[in-house]
Ligand binder design. Structure first.
Ligand SMILES: NCc1[nH]cc(CCC(=O)O)c1CC(=O)O
Length: 313
């Protein structure tokens, strides 16, 4: 998936800047190699996948780095780096993938009783428990195609403690991720934002570069999508205000209509029993202001306490 996204950036750059020579450099991060452990020991999802690549941009070894915006920590900045471009947003929704023989109907009617849903995202797990209160959510990770293969083969997922869970009956995954690896046909159902609010930045590919590398910044600005960038700013401002961490179920999703932007964000506890939501509309030209207002409203409703309870120590 990461390679597909990077190739897309390269395609857009070559189209926008005639004569530009783009070389793609692949990184095997610790996070990629370790498919059993939870991601937290590496410093969280962002820590695992992002730190090594960022160091290469800061040292000048790379001019730019591709990130899924959703995976970039929203509660801390990397000094010296900026997001030089965000590509136009792919569909931000989460999707349900089922093994042969399972139907959405059966899941809904049973309230999930007797079924196992695989995901490693705390936000998807919390929303899954709200939608299907009796379901068992199991830890499931790996590349998108690997996860689907494990589902189809009825394979168990190994856990860091040596145990195993599964097999899964269903998975919840990003629709955009499934699209990018050619598995869109496996989408049995696409959750609406009302059912499962997307993660901040979901579906947006970001290109990061050195703040002082003006030449690269100029080149990247030619592939920047201002609407996606504004949504990214609004949604990430919520994370910033909440000091949200990678183990906290936080969602944030904005849309633009004309000169107005609407932003909804939520904070859940890990069980999905508690949910706090805030929704506002404001000027699309001031996305951070809107993000700040929504974030502060969530704090006013008690979001910080829920977030701190799930913070890894
Ligand atoms: N954590 C992995 C990851 N990072 C980005 C996406 C795809 C969605 C996106 O582009 O935001 C995925 C897969 C998934 O969440 O199922």
């Amino acid at each position: 998936m990461a390679l597909a996204q990077t190739e897309e950036i390269a395609r857009r750059l070559t189209a926008a800047v005639p004569g530009l020579d783009v070389e793609i450099v692949k990184f095997d991060t610790t996070g990629d190699l370790d498919q059993t452990s939870k991601l937290l020991p590496h410093g969280g999802k962002g820590g695992a996948f992002v730190a090594q690549i960022r160091a290469a941009v800061l040292s000048g070894e790379l001019q730019a780095a591709m990130h899924s915006l959703k995976d970039m920590p929203g509660n801390e900045d990397t000094p010296g780096l900026v997001i030089g471009a965000t590509l136009s947003r792919d569909p931000p929704s989460d999707a349900l993938v089922l093994r042969d023989g399972v139907t959405l109907e059966a899941l809904r009617q049973s309230r999930g009783k007797g079924f196992k849903i695989g995901t490693n995202a705390v936000r998807r797990a919390a929303y899954a428990r709200r939608l299907f209160p009796d379901v068992e959510v199991i830890h499931f990770r790996g590349a998108a195609d690997t996860r689907v293969r494990k589902l189809d083969n009825g394979e168990k997922q190994r856990l860091p403690d040596g145990g195993a869970v599964g097999p899964a009956d269903a998975l919840i995954m990003a629709r955009s991720g499934l699209d990018r690896v050619g598995l869109a046909s496996r989408i049995a159902y696409e959750f609406t934002p009302a059912e499962m609010l997307p993660a901040a930045g979901q579906g947006i590919v970001a290109v990061e570069c050195a703040a002082q590398d003006w030449q690269t910044r100029k080149i990247l600005s030619s592939i920047d999508d201002p609407a996606a960038h504004a949504c990214a700013d609004a949604e990430r401002e919520v994370l910033w205000v909440l000091n949200g961490h990678c183990n906290s179920p936080v969602a944030g999703f904005s849309t633009i209509a004309g000169d107005q932007m609407s932003l909804t964000a939520s904070v859940l506890d890990l069980s999905g029993n508690t949910i706090i939501e805030a929704s506002r509309t404001g000027s699309a030209n001031r996305p951070r202001e809107l993000g700040r207002a929504v974030g502060l409203e969530l704090l006013g409703k008690g979001a910080a306490e829920i977030i701190e309870r799930s913070r890894p120590r």
